[in-house]
Design a protein around this ligand. Structure first.
Ligand code: ADP
Ligand code: MG
Length: 237
């Protein structure tokens, strides 16, 4: 049985650029099931990142509703949003966003530090997570001592640190070659299959989107198409 984790209703967001108003989201209503892997595709400027940021509590709509579980994100206070992001959401970015002077395990442990977890416990959990993403032998490395694919794996482990219900990834394979990108996508796919987590991934790459269970196509701030992916069919191609 599936139940929605996310529900938005008529989401709108405009940006003021001098005297012109840009409509980044123009009435987006969607639901995303708990435990699903959803890709968000569309041309540059179609509103993908804006939508992702709204769902992660990084930005607010001008109007409309955003429910994540029982929480009304659109109407939460700033303080509630900080807690929501810290406790419920893991973020993965195109450029990895690791702290360059920190070791792999320290990067993974950062969200745990913000949540007040003690150092010994942080280290233990970070090492476990790095093992889960295939980096058991790299815990002491700094980002400059890791390949791009390895750095993104560290970022994936960091996104999982606080047991989030939701992982939001904006072009996670955008800085990786295609083979390394596929490895990271397979890792993300396996996470959704084995852990109690929901993943929404922005990508402009249709081949990357095919790793998801469902592809939402955006255009001009609206959802244009909602496509279900049959993974058995993808595997057979
Ligand atoms: P995508 O991620 O699909 O490329 P975005 O969500 O980043 O698209 O942007 C959607 C539209 O909103 C674009 O026209 C973009 O220029 C505009 N936009 C996004 N963020 C801002 C901002 N902070 N200020 C002004 N305009 C913005
Ligand atoms: Mg974007």
């Amino acid at each position: 049985m599936t139940e929605p984790l996310i529900r938005t209703q008529d989401l709108r967001r405009t940006y003021q650029m001098g005297s012109t108003t840009v409509s980044a989201l123009d009435g987006v209503s969607l639901t995303i099931d708990r435990g699903s892997f959803v890709a968000l595709v569309g041309p540059s400027g179609s509103g993908k990142s804006t939508l992702l940021n709204m769902l992660g509590g990084l930005d607010r709509p001008n109007s409309g509703e955003i429910w994540v579980g029982a929480k009304d994100i659109a109407r939460a206070t700033d303080r509630q949003l900080v807690e929501f992001r810290r406790d419920q959401v893991g973020f993965i970015f195109q450029s990895f966003n690791l702290l360059p002077t920190n070791r792999a395990w320290e990067n993974v442990a950062l969200p745990l530090m913000l949540a007040g977890v003690g150092r010994a416990e942080r280290r233990k959990r970070a090492e476990l997570l790095l093992g889960q993403v295939g980096l058991a032998g790299r815990t002491e490395h700094r980002p400059s001592e890791l390949s791009g694919g390895e750095q993104q794996r560290v970022a994936v482990a960091r996104a999982l640190a606080n047991h989030p219900v939701l992982i939001l990834a904006d072009e996670p394979t955008g800085n990786l070659d295609s083979r390394t990108g596929r490895e990271v996508l397979t890792l993300l796919q396996n996470l959704v299959r084995t852990q109690d987590v929901t993943l929404l991934m922005v990508t402009h790459d249709l081949n990357a989107a095919k790793f998801a269970d469902r592809i939402l196509h955006m255009r001009d701030g609206q959802l244009e198409r909602d496509e279900t992916v049959d993974q058995a069919e993808v595997a057979a191609v």
